[in-house]
Write a protein that binds this ligand. Structure first.
Ligand code: ZN
Length: 550
């Protein structure tokens, strides 16, 4: 053969091979999105040596890891977190501004997935009147539904209702969550009129009884938990009926004094229960079995409940992530068998991270403190009364926002629109005199601000919804939280201890590697859209992770 024909032949072969690799239908059969409710990026490193090979380490070492992945808005809490991961945008666009937030129209608190149009399915409890309707933009799961003419199957499962409902999106086939009254998984008439047989069969196993009959002991001998503080610590909340926050936890004895089946949510066994539910959904719905990509959204709630109670230095927390590592390993193994290695794509992230226990910080000379909204309200009322005696202008203070009583301005001839402007400025000045307040932002400032702005102001702008949020937003100093208990901790701030979370991609369409460039969690949905070759979610403000495709 002449050299030129060999050249042409080899070029042709390259072309064929390349075309095969790039053929437009090369998509995963299944995407599994895993959200860990409360997880710091640093936990991947702190507990690394104790992890098995097949769980977090498999995702970290065989997938693509973003080492500098952050929430790019505040408040960093569960509902907004799940909505933002799946919509690729922030509360300013998707409208999920809190877990429970003050609703200006009804003048009451609303749950971010509350919807009185629907009823629970699987239980007559009130906690099933839910839907994703308060989420204002589309999710990557919605876009998959639209692209496939609704043939793709989309299911969300979680212990928390919002952890299942928001990720699965508006067009989901189903979302299932744990009902702590019955110990079963339930849903809403938004999705269905009755539970499918596989869910009834799953519920009939009554696994919750099995989990609550065992003791919570550490997975490894307790002296090996050198990455954590002492087990007996003054910074940890205790269960009712137990005088110290120490291992072992005899659940059968604690159950009656700790909300019965509700106790499960405060133990790592709720992650085991959810893992079993994930398997039941996989097989029950035949996910990833045909030529159309399906999407399974899983959210592990136990780390949040436990993290709140005991803080990030507790042995309980380390044990929870070591057990979660086993759950991740089991899920990946199951996917290898049911869908086949290379046929599925996984991403794992968290809906927020967490602050250290403020009292622990104080005791260790670190800046920190406790802030009281009730005290702020009382002081502000007193202060404003010196200017406007007998009037109540503060309607509500919650989620680091102040909602003004707008009726007081429109109905009272003594107070005009000009007064509202003055009162807003007066409140701002007063806030700055309070210990623990770092800064405040009025509605006018936020409206004039740029969505892409850097720094904390940018985070507040991206977390502020022009119709739903309050009149004044304020940010506390680093280490400060809104609560009085010296035990346990929380999250919600724009500081890196709350924003820095793991972002891991693995499997079909994902090359091995890592990046230390700054990425926002809003990049996750457009990245998955790029792998699936579907539209980006409607309000998406993130970008695909370019390093992963280069
Ligand atoms: Zn939380």
């Amino acid at each position: 053969m002449r050299r030129s024909s060999i050249f042409i032949l080899s070029m042709l072969l390259c072309h064929v091979l390349f075309a095969q690799q790039q053929k437009p239908d090369a998509k995963p059969k299944l995407v599994v999105g895993i959200v860990v409710d409360q997880m710091r990026q640093e936990y991947l490193y702190r507990f690394y040596d104790k992890f098995n090979q097949g769980g977090f380490k498999r995702l970290m070492n065989d997938g693509f890891m973003l080492k500098n992945g952050h929430y790019n808005y505040a408040p960093t809490v569960t509902g907004p977190g799940h909505a933002s991961v799946y919509t690729g945008t922030t509360p300013a666009m998707h409208g999920i501004i809190g877990n429970e937030y003050y609703d200006k129209v009804s003048k009451d608190f609303v749950n971010c997935v509350e919807d009185s149009l629907f009823k629970p399915v699987g239980n007559d409890a009130a906690n099933g009147r839910l839907s994703p309707s308060r989420m204002l933009t589309s999710t990557v799961t919605d876009e998959l539904k639209l692209f496939t003419q609704k043939h793709a199957k989309v299911i969300g499962v979680s212990i928390k209702d919002r952890g299942a409902i928001l990720p699965a999106g508006h067009m989901a086939d189903a979302a299932y969550w744990y009902d702590s009254k019955s110990g079963k998984f339930i849903s809403s008439t938004y999705y269905m009129t009755k539970l499918p047989d596989w869910v009834n069969k799953f519920n009939a196993q009554n696994l919750v009884e099995k989990y609550l009959s065992q003791d919570w002991q550490t997975l490894l001998p307790i002296e090996q938990y050198t990455e954590s503080g002492p087990d007996d610590s003054p910074y940890e909340r205790k269960f009712s009926g137990k005088d110290r926050a120490t291992f072992p936890y005899k659940l059968s004895q604690l159950k009656s004094k700790n909300d019965s089946y509700g106790l499960l949510t405060a133990t790592p066994f709720s992650n085991d229960y959810l893992t079993q539910m994930t398997f039941a959904a996989l097989t029950g719905e035949q996910m990833g079995k045909d030529g159309i990509t399906d999407f399974l959204c899983v959210s592990f709630s136990a780390p949040d409940a436990i993290g709140h109670s005991v803080g990030p230095n507790a042995v309980e927390v380390e044990d929870t992530y070591l057990r979660l590592d086993k759950n991740i390993e089991e899920i990946l193994k199951k996917l290898d068998v049911e869908v086949g290695q290379g046929n599925y794509t996984v991403f794992l992230t968290a809906d927020h991270a967490v602050a250290d226990v403020p009292q622990f910080l104080t005791d260790n000379k670190m800046p920190s403190g406790y802030f009281s909204n009730a005290y702020l309200k009382a002081k502000l009322d007193e202060f404003l009364a010196t200017y406007y005696p007998g009037k109540s202008f503060i309607e509500n203070i919650s989620n680091h926002q102040i909602f003004l009583n707008h009726d007081a301005f429109s109905q009272d001839p003594r107070a005009s629109g000009m007064d509202m402007y003055l009162i807003t400025e007066l409140i701002g000045k007063y806030l700055m005199s309070m210990e623990g307040v770092a800064n405040y932002y009025t509605e006018a400032t936020l409206r004039q601000g740029n969505y892409g702005e850097d720094g904390i102001k940018g985070k507040v702008i991206r977390g502020y919804h022009p119709k739903r949020s309050g009149d004044i937003a304020f940010i506390l100093e680093s280490g400060w939280t809104e609560s009085g208990s010296i035990q346990g901790t929380t999250h919600g701030s724009p500081y890196s201890y709350d924003t820095h979370v793991p972002i891991l991609f693995y499997g079909h369409g994902v090359k091995k590697g890592s990046s230390t460039r700054l990425h926002s969690i809003t990049d996750i949905a457009p990245t998955i859209s790029t792998i699936l070759r579907i539209k980006f979610p409607s309000g998406s403000t993130g970008q695909p992770v370019a390093e992963m495709f280069e």
